[in-house]
Design a protein around this ligand. Structure first.
Ligand SMILES: Cc1ncc(COP(=O)(O)O)c(C=O)c1O
Length: 410
């Protein structure tokens, strides 16, 4: 299990491998990998259907994971249910493509300008399909949105943390309250939130939350956490085996109509049982992260932020090209604050080439626009960026190596 030094659960890594791409997918700690292996070796079976012992073990562990997801965010089982799917993108699309805008009396679909393509595109598609207006609102430098920007009768889709700079939706509780007071609904894109900033979602009253287990130290998997009272607004048209209790020639009986099986609503076909169970193990692991490991992560983030502050400019995410030109140094960090996700560019240096140069040193980063094309490219005209996303696998020595490499580049 998790030892004093977080490194131990990543002991399979080569010392020279400096993985800074956790915002795409986290490395998986050994206990999570072992849980997946145990499923394959000891009870490789289909959930929900089989009567032999292996199936019972699988069912128990899958059900336990549903509860762990809710407990992780301090959400109550009487109010919410958890379904599993492929990833955040899939979850958002399942919700938006089946949402009954007329029944919900929705007049607007609202998202923000600093969103991943996942909510950005699915809200465009929703507006086209349902003939409702789409409003793209601004994001403040502290990550909040202005409540007055959200019209009445809106379906709102916002991230609770950005994949550019990790900024959280600071006023999430106020936003949710206001949306509800104005006869609207809110779906949260929690892809970047579950690993390192899940506190922001605790006891929140969102109608739905979509997340990717692979960004929270768990295997590749998606999750939808949904309020039971919101579910009737989602038509059930994406459908198949695992969702029905009985089928006649032209009709069927949905399993989700049994309140105990509401989660089957989004689970068409055979599920990734092993991955679901291993998500439970990742949550156990995240809940037991020692204070020292959390401190190391924070210190690593701070050290990198201080470096950019010393040799360049910080807080560039909402600065215009002209403002950015006035800033000192060649290094431009988009973050206002240290975070486990930091993006930057160097004047006159192609980020993709820089990414390749860092890779030569064993440093694995991401380059480009990270699926935030509208805001980064078309609105703000940033050049392609380099993204550093830190995790519990990173040691202070690795961060020193990163900073040395960056100094060399400068
Ligand atoms: C904020 C945000 N939303 C949505 C997604 C989409 O996640 P997935 O590709 O797992 O569906 C990502 C992925 O990077 C993300 O960072």
């Amino acid at each position: 299990m998790f030892k004093k030094n977080s490194k131990n659960d990543f002991s399979y890594l080569n010392e020279k491998d400096i993985y800074l791409d956790g915002a795409c997918q986290s490395l998986r700690p050994l206990p999570v990998i072992e849980t997946l292996e145990t499923y394959y070796k000891e009870h490789n079976s289909c959930g929900e259907r089989v009567k032999y012992k292996w199936g019972r073990i699988t069912d128990e562990k899958v059900n336990a994971t549903r509860e762990k997801v809710l407990n992780y965010l301090k959400l109550k089982k009487k109010d919410y249910f958890v379904s599993f799917t492929l990833n955040t993108t899939y979850g958002l699309n399942l919700i938006l493509s089946q949402f009954d805008a007329k029944k919900a009396k929705i007049k607007y679909i609202v998202t923000s300008e600093v969103e991943h393509n996942s909510p950005f595109l699915s809200t465009i598609s929703f507006a086209r399909k349902n003939g409702v207006k789409r409003k793209v609102i601004a994001r403040n430098s502290d990550g909040s949105v202005n409540l007055e920007d959200i019209p009445k009768n809106s379906l709102v889709v916002l991230n609770s943390a950005s994949n550019i700079d990790g900024r959280v939706l600071k006023n999430i509780k106020e936003v949710i309250k206001k949306v509800h007071e104005n006869s609207g609904y809110i779906v949260i894109d929690a892809a970047q939130t579950m690993a390192h900033s899940s506190y922001i979602l605790e006891k929140c009253d969102a109608d739905a939350i979509c997340f990717s287990a692979h960004k929270m130290y768990a295997p590749s998997l998606g999750g939808i956490i949904m309020k039971k009272s919101f579910e009737p607004l989602i038509e059930t048209s994406f459908i198949g085996g695992g969702m029905v209790d009985d089928v006649e020639l032209d009709s069927y009986l949905l399993s989700k109509d049994n309140p105990e099986h509401l989660y089957t609503k989004f689970e068409a076909g055979l599920q990734a049982w092993g991955e679901i169970i291993a998500l439970g193990s990742a949550i156990d692991w995240l809940e037991k992260i020692p204070k020292a490991a959390k401190k190391t992560l924070q210190e690593n983030e701070q050290k990198v932020f201080d470096f950019f502050e010393k040799y360049g400019s910080v807080g560039e995410v909402d600065k215009t090209i002209e403002e950015r030109r006035l800033h000192k140094g060649k290094l431009h960090l988009l973050n206002y604050e240290p975070s486990s996700t930091m993006s930057f560019y160097v004047d006159g240096l192609d980020s993709h080439l820089l990414g390749e140069a860092l890779a030569e040193e064993g440093i694995m980063t991401r380059t480009g626009y990270f699926c935030v094309h509208y805001y980064l490219d078309h609105k703000m005209h940033f050049p392609p960026l380099v993204r550093l996303s830190f995790g519990y696998q990173n040691t202070p020595e690795q961060i020193d190596k990163l900073l040395e490499a960056l100094k060399k580049v400068l």
